[in-house]
Design a protein around this ligand. Structure first.
Ligand code: FES
Length: 100
């Protein structure tokens, strides 16, 4: 079981997930307001999240298409990701994810 913490508007919301789950699906199940409009087709960026800095390096780097979409997100930071592109692994147990 992978435990995550979502931070949104000053609240910390814990969540649990199985390995292989998409971060977007876990965030939505935890009540985070991520629309995920395109269903993970890298066409909307409504699944934008910011990974805590000390966790970001544990994720595989974003692909070129994900980076192109992140370029369109005004609130994007150095550790921004599209949650539809992140698959969870046991190595991410404890990760903190900020929802903007
Ligand atoms: S759900 Fe559309 S880019 Fe992630």
């Amino acid at each position: 079981m992978i435990r995550l913490v979502f931070e949104h508007r000053g609240a910390s919301v814990p969540a649990e997930a199985e390995a292989g789950a998409r971060l977007l699906d876990v965030a939505q199940a935890a009540g985070m307001p991520l629309e995920g409009t395109c269903g993970g087709q890298l066409a909307c960026a409504t699944c934008h999240v910011v990974i805590a800095a000390d966790w970001a390096g544990r994720l595989p780097p974003p692909g070129e298409a994900e980076e192109d979409m992140l370029d369109l997100v005004p609130a994007a930071t150095r550790t921004s990701r599209l949650a539809c592109q992140v698959r969870l692994t046991e190595a991410l147990d404890g990760m903190v994810v900020r929802v903007t």
